[in-house]
Design a protein around this ligand. Structure first.
Ligand code: COA
Length: 259
């Protein structure tokens, strides 16, 4: 099944959703229309229990996404006001609230909101031709699609500040070394690798996968003791659900006693 938006192609094959940023003539840059389309797509994923995992990718050969559409900056009184227009919908809050695992499969230019979209995903695979950077400061704005918060959580404060303050560009190899991405693959292996990971994840019970994601992601923002309590609660829910479904009953009952 495929649904067309002006700037995004949304497809569903079995339990995997595919989100393709689709403005290849402009390096898939993020504009107000893409904000509106992405919001609809993210809601569709969030509300669709058939979707077990989603893959985000960019159309065309040159870019996953080269950041915000600067031509909209020219039609607004200032880049900051253009940016404000894009805030009118909380796309990033919605992105980060999705329970299903999300995989970013990036290539070419991954700049500004391109990195930020990838950081809203849980796993990042990059083609070996990727180039990462945050040009915002040079344009008189700061990353505001979650990047100032998600980036240091992924790569640490010093490295994040190097990218945010000095627009330090990075190759895929460097991005892998510092933990910005999970894997580098040749360009022609990008989608097959993402699909292989997606199929693996989709083969597990969705509740197990979603609770595991929640434990890791929410736990990161909690003190350790609270994180451990969260883990215990979620682990019990998963085990109870498994017992309810009668799957491997004895083994699960045993594991319930352990928690
Ligand atoms: N906003 C709007 N249009 C953009 C764009 C952006 N951020 N980045 C690229 N484009 C458009 C170009 O205007 C060009 O359109 P045209 O063919 O109608 O002239 C097309 O995308 C291809 O870009 P081009 O610059 O010709 O490709 P390149 O390979 O020579 O350079 C980049 C690629 C990414 C280095 C260069 O496009 C660039 O620096 N873009 C700006 C990145 C940026 O500052 N993003 C904003 C972050 S907030």
């Amino acid at each position: 099944m495929a649904r067309g938006f002006q700037t995004i192609i949304y497809e569903k094959r079995d339990t995997i959703a595919y989100v393709t940023l689709n403005r290849p003539q402009a390096l898939n840059v993020y504009n107000i229309q893409m904000r509106d389309d992405l919001y609809q797509v993210l809601k569709a994923i969030k509300d669709d229990s058939e979707v077990r995992v989603a893959i985000f990718k960019g159309a065309g050969e040159k870019a996953f996404c080269a950041g915000a559409d600067v031509s909209e900056f020219l039609t607004a009184p200032s880049p900051a006001i253009a940016r404000k227009a894009r805030w009118q919908r909380d796309v990033w809050g919605l992105f980060l609230s999705i329970r299903q695992p999300l995989i970013a499969a990036v290539h070419g230019y991954v700049l500004g909101s391109g990195i930020e979209i990838a950081l809203c995903c849980d796993l990042r695979i990059a083609a070996d031709d990727s180039c990462f950077g945050l040009p915002e400061a040079g344009l008189g704005i700061i990353p505001a699609a979650g990047g100032t918060q998600t980036l240091p959580r992924a790569i640490g404060r010093g490295r994040a500040l190097e990218m945010v303050l000095a627009n330090r560009r990075m190759t895929s190899a460097e991005a892998l070394r510092i933990g910005l991405i999970n894997r580098v693959v040749p360009r022609n292996h990008l989608l097959p690798t993402a699909e292989e990971w997606a199929r693996k994840i989709a083969s597990f019970h969705p509740l197990t996968v979603q609770q595991a994601k929640e434990a890791v992601v929410r736990g990161l923002d909690l003190p350790l003791a609270e994180g451990l309590n969260l883990e215990k609660r979620l682990a019990r829910q998963v085990a109870k659900q498994a017992v309810k479904q009668g799957k491997r009953k004895k083994r699960w009952k045993l594991s319930l006693r352990i928690f």
